[in-house]
Design a protein around this ligand. Structure first.
Ligand code: EPZ
Length: 427
């Protein structure tokens, strides 16, 4: 396993290329199951989770080719083709490694009339049930069985009739599964209180490019008119708003100034609002988003919420930044029940943070000092890297497989803007 060595204190300056969005790619890839024609995704990030998903798709008989990228390029072009599905089962040993595998349930059910997927189980940030995925599919006419740790979904012969489901809780994944199931239904389906994240807009845009018919894209009310078949398409994955927000925090904590090349300003609105309130200058410029931290950082209260609220995936990174802000910041995590695992590690670097349930109180500014820290989940790991960039001395971040799931060539991107960071083998 590798580790990162970070020597803090360098002011970041320059341009960071933003990759395609992990959480968009993970719902775009299973769309290849919905047609027997080729689906080509451009600007696909090179991440462990994407490789894992591709391996899972191979289990179903989906062939893929990678083209158009040199080793030094960020991102790649991948074409998937599923003329015949050879298996409708997503096995435990693959699903347990990547919970986003559950996103094959809807498209597989739509294409084949049945799907058997291992229950994903929880993860570090919470138990993350999939009850809303199953309730939405049942509302569209699927028969759901749970047995031996698997969920089996069956459509009546001839395919899902379609239906209506009002989500009691906003769920990104459940919305994605439901949309992918509905596009080939016999009738019309309606989702109320659907998630509105930009990644779902990306999904809907790809499906429409494949011939799907729907209204309400980008809103919390989606109406999908089932069609008989979908055709292939070529689609460019949206830029990663969380990666961009993470590097904005990295630049800000070092008092730096960077261009987030290719970032989408509107997708990042809630993060930009938070950064501006903390005293960071953020502007939309030609080619991306410009971030500069020229003045003192100010404490600011944050509460995570479904889009367009502040992304829970930005909470840990902003917390690191607030450790260097003047005053007391109160952060409320409303989405997941256990998303403060970065706090004890930040405390070992000198952070002054108290947590109680889903609330964290950050007092600053503190002098952060380098330490050996342990990554626990994807975004917590990034918060440790951000703290390390501003810490006095050397920080070692271990268990990089967490980071590699969501940040394409992190150390190379940070080296581009002057960070003293290197990846070494972990003895
Ligand atoms: C997606 O996870 C993202 N992952 C997460 O990003 C992100 O944090 C999350 O959305 C919220 O924005 C991908 O897109 C691959 P949810 P997802 O369903 O779909 C509860 C990262 O760091 N819930 O919107 O699993 C759930 O427990 C990852 O990139 C149910 O109760 O999130 C949570 O409390 C982490 N029943 C809340 O809803 C369900 O059936 C929101 O979860 C589904 C969810």
């Amino acid at each position: 396993m590798d580790k990162l060595l970070i020597r803090g204190g360098n002011r970041l300056s320059g341009t960071i290329p933003i990759s395609g969005a992990k959480n968009a790619a993970l719902t775009l890839i299973p769309c290849a199951l919905l047609t027997d024609e080729p689906v080509t995704l451009r600007n696909l990030p090179r991440l462990a989770d994407i490789d894992g998903f591709q391996h899972l798709m191979g289990q179903f008989g989906v062939a893929h080719t990678i083209a158009g990228h040199r080793p030094e390029d960020f991102g790649r072009v991948m074409t998937m083709e599923a003329p015949r599905i050879t298996s409708t089962v997503a096995p435990y040993d693959l699903v347990r490694k990547m919970r986003a595998s559950i996103l094959v349930l809807g498209p597989m059910l739509a294409r084949m009339g049945e799907a058997t997927v291992s229950l994903p189980g929880g993860c570090a940030i919470g138990n993350r049930p999939i009850d809303l995925h199953l309730k939405a599919l049942e509302a569209f006419g699927a028969h759901i069985e749970l047995a031996q740790g698997y969920v089996r979904a069956i459509a009546p012969d001839g395919g899902l009739p379609g239906g209506e489901y009002d989500f009691p809780v906003v769920s990104v994944g459940a919305t994605e599964n439901a949309v992918m199931a509905a596009v080939l239904a016999k009738g019309t389906s309606k989702l109320i209180n659907a998630a509105r994240e930009p990644e779902i807009v990306d999904l809907c845009n790809l499906l429409v490019a494949m011939g799907a018919e729907m209204e309400g894209i980008g809103t919390s009310e989606l109406t999908i008119h089932g069609v008989k078949r979908l055709h292939g398409a070529t689609y460019r994955v949206m830029p990663d708003r969380i990666e961009a927000g993470s590097y904005a925090c990295a630049a800000a904590i070092t008092g730096g100034e960077v261009l987030l090349e290719g970032a989408n300003f509107d997708d990042m609105a809630s993060t930009i609002h938070a950064l501006r309130n903390i005293g960071v200058e953020v502007e939309q410029v030609k080619g991306g988003v410009h971030v500069a931290a020229n003045g003192p950082l100010k404490a600011h209260n944050l509460t995570t919420a479904p889009f367009p609220g502040l992304a829970t995936d930005m909470q840990a990174q902003l917390m690191s930044l607030l450790c260097k802000a003047e005053g007391t910041s109160v952060l409320k995590e409303t989405i997941f029940e256990n998303r403060f695992m970065h706090v004890p590690e930040l405390a070992r670097m000198g952070a002054n943070i108290e947590t109680s349930g889903r609330t964290a109180v950050v007092r600053g500014p503190v002098e952060l000092t380098g330490a050996e820290v342990m990554a626990t989940d994807l975004r917590a790991s990034m918060s440790l890297v951000i703290a390390g960039l501003a810490a006095e001395g050397e920080t070692t971040v271990r268990r990089l497989y967490h980071l590699d799931r969501g940040y394409e060539r992190l150390e190379e991107k940070l080296q581009l803007v002057g960070a003293d960071i290197e990846r070494v083998g972990d003895d």
